[in-house]
Design a protein around this ligand. Structure first.
Ligand code: FE2
Length: 162
């Protein structure tokens, strides 16, 4: 089943075939679903690129080798996008570059001046409650993500579906 017009059944099957960890685990499919929803909710408020945000959700953890400390997985995700996913992605070259910066940098805990990239990172951080870590507003990049209502909404979904 397609998740959306962008996250098609074909893309999802391809990603599943390349994901090395537990599909139902900490960084697996349900996490990607929630990051997508978090990101889209933020993006309609702040104008971030919806397509990049959606693809980020489904690619940022695709090259994890471990559910624990794995600082290289963002850079590997970017390389994987460029080597394996270009035919699946409905993105311009500029958007591919944006997606690659977002995936590469999402492991370093920073913010980025590009609203789309910071929205991707916030979407991921808003799902920390699945690991019993409350999202810290001081560590979120966008005002939309720091909204207590959004944080609480994300926390409840992390708890309910992980
Ligand atoms: Fe993630």
């Amino acid at each position: 089943m397609d998740i959306s017009p962008l996250i098609t059944k074909d893309l999802l099957e391809f990603l599943k075939g390349h994901y090395q960890l537990n599909w139902n685990g900490l960084h697996g499919f349900q996490h990607w679903i929630r990051v997508r929803e978090n990101g889209l909710r933020l993006a309609v408020l702040n104008g971030a690129n919806l397509k990049v945000v959606e693809y980020f959700a489904f690619t940022h953890d695709i090259q994890r080798h471990s559910d624990g400390f794995d600082p290289g997985h963002g850079a590997r995700a970017c390389r994987f996008i460029r080597s394996h996913l270009l035919d699946y992605l409905d993105l311009s070259n500029d958007e591919i570059n944006q997606l690659c910066i977002a995936t590469s940098g999402h492991t370093n805990g920073k913010c980025h001046p590009d609203i789309t990239i910071s929205t991707c990172w916030d979407a991921d951080r808003l799902d920390l409650m699945r690991a019993r870590i409350r999202p810290n507003p001081k560590l979120l990049c966008t005002p939309e993500a720091r909204d207590p209502h959004i944080i609480e909404w994300a926390i409840q979904r992390s708890i309910a579906t992980s």
